[in-house]
Design a protein around this ligand. Sequence first.
Ligand code: CTP
Length: 410
Amino acid sequence: MNELAGKHIVLGLTGGIACYKAAELCRALIKEGATVQVVMTAAAQQFITPVTLQALSGRTVYDSQWDARPVNGVGNNMPHINLSREADAILIAPCSADFMAKLLHGRADDLLSLLCLARPLDKVALLIAPAMNREMWAHPATQRNVARLRADGATVFEVGSGDQACGETGDGRMLEPQELLEEVIAFFQPKTLTGQQVLVTAGPTYEAIDPVRGITNLSSGKMGFAIARAAREAGAAVTLVAGPVSLATPRGVRRIDVRSARDMLQAVQEHAPAATVFIATAAVADWRPASAAEQKIKKDGSGKTPELSFVENPDILATLAQSPRGRSRALYCVGFAAESHDLLAHTQAKRQRKEVPLLVGNIGPATFGQDDNALLLVDELGATELARASKLSLARQLIANIANRIGARG
Ligand code: CTP
């Protein structure tokens, strides 16, 4: 995908062992279509050479405010002005504790800090990926600096946790290149759901027959996970209630793993009171075995098959849509309909039966496990089609559509 096509990013490296990850990050940004201009401090060059970054970015690395080389044909001897004017964002990764302190005070005694101070605040975002020892990270001075940098408008990413180069273990590692890439992509998405709390269900459910067997379905969870990611990118606080799937949790999303439909309902009911939007993408099993055997059901050699009887599972979406908050739309409910045929008619009927303002139809067998999909948005006025695209692209379109609707809710 070309998630960063057309974006120009100044990638600033300061002194820290995480500089080795910046090389991979540089590649990842370029792979997503960004152009990358690397600027390094003298300390960063103790850890990795400009040659490496020059080769990866395909551009000369800058490291001095006295550099007289022309930038894009402009030869005014002012790299701090020229480099900052063409950028969409300055991403400092790794950003040392010392460099954060420097930024906070508006100091500008090297090219990178000078560039940050000289950037047009309203046009060029400042994104900071801290990297340091756990004691340095936990120090009140660092935490104070992080809070004040955020208050000054910078985006300071979280840190990772784990083994550190110094041999200690704890918070302060720089996020991994792929995690940072996801954060940078999210940063550029429109913030249409700021202040909203979005609850999403995803994946199949698993209904036990005995301790080793059960009933499930082919839902991969990909659409629901993409929706959770898109909602978070749009600025919402997102809780994702997931059936058994082996997908990575989107960054910044709170995930609750469940197994059966009843577990899913319980988790949803626990989080629904705080939610303002509920999106049910899970392929919930309609029925479960009336009772699960406590021990594995064994063959007795006679060829006799076990008798299974079923009871209906609760309808999670209908329960929420028909609750007082669902009916008043304080909780805006969106459902999905997985159909095999007659998509429009079935989706319309299902929308009315479950009493949801918006039901999204898709052809189940054509989407399960796939990376792309096509959607039909059905509301009381009619149907709108979202043409076949990647699940993430559709998820973003759907989130923008929902944001419009709840904007209209007032
Ligand atoms: N759903 C739910 N709880 C259930 C069944 C479905 O929350 N027990 C939700 C799904 O997450 C989806 C919507 O209801 O958002 C429709 O699911 P679908 O499986 O298409 O419909 P069913 O209600 O199961 O109807 P049918 O099997 O008759 O098509």
